[in-house]
Design a protein around this ligand. Structure first.
Ligand code: HEC
Length: 101
C-alpha cells in the first residue's frame, strides 16, 4: 500500500514537472528568444565574444534593440537581425532575457 502511494505521488509530481516544462516551451517569448541563443548563448549567457544579454534590464534591452533597428547603435549583425521584430515582440524578448539569471 505504501509503495502504491509513493508511486502515485511520484507520478503526479512527474506530470506536474512535464507540464511546467511544456508550458515554458510554448510561450511566445521563449520561442522568439530562441533565435538569439545561437549567438548569445542559452538564456542569453554567451560562452564567447558576443555580449551576454541575460539579466540586463528590460529598459536597456528595449532601447538597444530599437537603436539597432534605427541604425543609432553600431552593429555588424544586430542592425539587420533587430529589424525583424515588432515593438510588442521586442518587449516580450526584453522581458524574457531580463528575467534570466
Ligand atoms: C548572428 C548572431 C546574433 C544573433 C542571432 C543575435 N545577436 Fe545580438 N548581438 C550579436 C553581435 C555580434 C552583437 C554586437 C553588436 C554587433 O556587432 O551587431 C550583438 C549585440 C546585442 C546586444 C547589445 C548588447 C550589449 O551589451 O551591448 C543586444 C541587446 C542583443 N544583441 C540582443 C539580441 C537579441 C534580443 C537577439 C534575438 C532576438 C539577438 N541579439 C540575436 C550577434 C547576434
Amino acid at each position: 500500500m505504501r509503495r502504491f502511494l509513493l508511486l502515485t505521488v511520484f507520478m503526479f509530481c512527474s506530470v506536474a514537472y512535464v507540464n511546467e516544462v511544456l508550458a515554458m516551451e510554448i510561450t511566445r517569448a521563449v520561442m522568439l528568444s530562441n533565435s538569439c541563443a545561437a549567438c548569445h548563448g542559452t538564456d542569453g549567457r554567451s560562452p564567447g565574444a558576443i555580449p551576454s544579454i541575460n539579466g540586463k534590464s528590460t529598459q536597456f534591452l528595449v532601447q538597444a534593440l530599437h537603436d539597432f533597428q534605427d541604425g543609432k547603435r553600431p552593429a555588424t549583425v544586430m542592425g539587420r537581425h533587430a529589424t525583424g521584430y515588432s515593438d510588442e515582440e521586442i518587449q516580450l524578448i526584453a522581458d524574457f532575457f531580463s528575467s534570466r539569471p
